[in-house]
Design a protein around this ligand. Structure first.
Ligand SMILES: Cc1cc2nc3c(=O)[nH]c(=O)nc-3n(C[C@H](O)[C@H](O)[C@H](O)COP(=O)(O)O)c2cc1C
Length: 293
């Protein structure tokens, strides 16, 4: 049952037995200002058999109907439906679903470059290898090879903790949920991260919703590895705040960044003196400090 106050309750007697319909509003102002979720539950006897939810962030400004109105309409329609065909509601029709995927890894590496054998991929492979050598399970997600669509800002994840977009994102969500270290390996693209990686970061809002709605917390620390064509620290000025913001949004604690520049000239990260050692030691330090906690 959802938390919050039942605004409306209707008992419905049918030849199949007694049903109850409840409209419950939950003030989720602790998540976002003014966020209210309306949940309608149909109970057959005492067993919940159907749930519908909508929240106030789903309706953008200027929408003809607000969430409260839609919830009221849905309540009335469900009441009518249960009265007219109660047999449909005697079986559970709650569409919560376990997330597909199943990999559980200590270290999750998000490799954001489309270049499968480029510099970020090389850095990711060093991290993967270092984790394995230290006895940790590790997984590199080659984001460009996955079917990941951009967030559509529907806010539906704040209803029941699930994103309605059907693509490969659940594999990443499940892996991050169970990981203790998250590594983001990214090239600098137009001063920030490539769009595919940014899509993953935005879609991870889903994890924020899962924490707030389902209490599923991420317990990981994060490491950023970024590579840039130009020389100096300038190209990374936006990348590190973007990756840090992504991590903090998930309660992942950013612990530092390894920034490798000048790759337009050097071309191959293996030609940057000390880069491999720096990347491997950054990850090793993170794994060792985690093991001591
Ligand atoms: C579309 C695009 C945009 C880029 N933008 C920048 C940039 O803003 N600053 C920079 O220093 N390098 C930029 N680069 C260069 C890459 O960061 C650099 O080539 C890097 O080594 C590529 O990493 P990868 O081998 O992992 O793909 C850009 C490259 C591409 C393809």
């Amino acid at each position: 049952m959802s938390e919050g106050a039942a605004e409306e309750t209707r008992m419905i007697e049918t030849p199949e037995g007694t049903f109850t319909i409840r409209l419950i509003s939950a003030d989720l102002g602790y998540v976002y200002p003014g966020l209210v979720r309306y949940t309608i539950e149909v109970l057959y006897g005492t067993e919940p058999v159907y749930t519908y939810a909508i929240n106030s962030y789903e309706a953008p400004p200027g929408s003809t109907l607000d969430a409260a109105t839609v919830a009221g309409i849905a309540f009335t329609r469900l009441e009518h439906d249960v009265r007219s065909r109660p047999e449909i509601y005697t079986r559970k029709r709650i569409f919560t679903r376990p997330l597909p995927g199943g990999g559980v890894y200590d270290v999750v590496i998000l490799q954001g470059s489309p270049r499968r054998f480029g510099n970020s991929a090389r850095a990711a492979s060093w991290c993967d290898d270092e984790a394995t050598r230290a006895g940790f399970s590790s997984k590199v997600f080659y984001i460009h090879e996955m079917d990941i669509r951009p967030c559509i800002g529907c806010y539906v994840c704040y209803n029941q903790g699930y994103c309605p977009i059907e693509d490969d994102m659940p594999w990443i969500i499940r892996a991050i949920e169970s990981a203790s270290v998250i590594v983001v390996c990214t090239p600098v693209y137009t001063n920030t991260v490539p769009s595919g990686l940014k899509a993953v970061m935005d879609r991870c809002q889903w994890l924020h919703a899962r924490e707030k709605i389902l209490g599923v917390r991420v317990h990981a620390r994060g490491l950023t590895i970024a590579v840039a064509g130009q020389q100096g620290r300038g190209p990374f000025a936006c990348v590190t705040p973007v990756v840090d913001a992504f991590m903090r949004n998930l309660d992942v604690q950013p612990t530092g960044a390894v920034l490798i520049d000048d790759l337009d000239r050097i071309r191959d990260i293996r030609g940057t003196r000390g880069a491999e050692d720096e990347i491997r030691s950054a990850l090793r330090a993170l794994l060792e400090s985690g093991a001591q906690e």
